[in-house]
Design a protein. Structure first.
Length: 163
């Protein structure tokens, strides 16, 4: 088994996408072979930052890749980088086996499109198989356990944008 302490955190961005009603976009992760520890988890869009890429640009790119639309504008940024560790049983499998977890920069965004602009099948390997709008306060209970602490921070940080 790989010792997680020997691995770095993957640079990552995350999007808390609010609609006009103050609800948040959440998606259910499509099952992947490395998801034994976290099946069926609902989560916010997130993804890696390319080398030398600005995190604000990365979050819009990730939205387009993961949910099929970039119809959004950044309205706030969480002031700190947040980290989470993968469960030990998926270290060495998830995230290409290269990382112990992720170091994330989170943004609140306002969705400027309509629901039909969202296309989970836009990419060859979709991240999600379902999506819906939810209340911000619901996020921690819907998330996989290893992401709950971050989602609790986001609920507090972005509460002013919520319904």
């Amino acid at each position: 088994m790989i010792d997680p302490e020997t691995l770095p955190y993957r640079p990552n961005v995350g999007a808390v996408l609010f609609n006009r009603d103050g609800l948040v976009w959440i998606g259910r992760r499509r099952q992947h072979p490395t998801q034994e520890a976290a099946p069926g988890g609902w989560q916010l869009p997130q993804g890696g930052i390319d080398p030398a890429e600005d995190p604000g640009i990365a979050v819009l790119r990730e939205l387009a890749e993961e949910i099929g639309t970039d119809r959004a504008e950044i309205i706030a940024e969480h002031p700190e980088w947040l980290t989470y560790d993968l469960p030990r049983e998926i270290v060495g499998k998830a995230l290409g086996g290269k990382y112990r977890g992720q170091r994330q920069r989170w943004y609140a965004l306002r969705f400027t499109g309509v629901d039909s602009d969202i296309n989970l099948e836009a990419e060859e390997h979709p991240e999600f198989d379902q999506w819906r709008w939810a209340h911000l306060a619901e996020l921690p209970e819907l998330a996989v356990p290893f992401k709950r602490d971050i989602y609790e921070i986001l609920v507090r940080s972005f509460a002013s944008f919520a319904a």
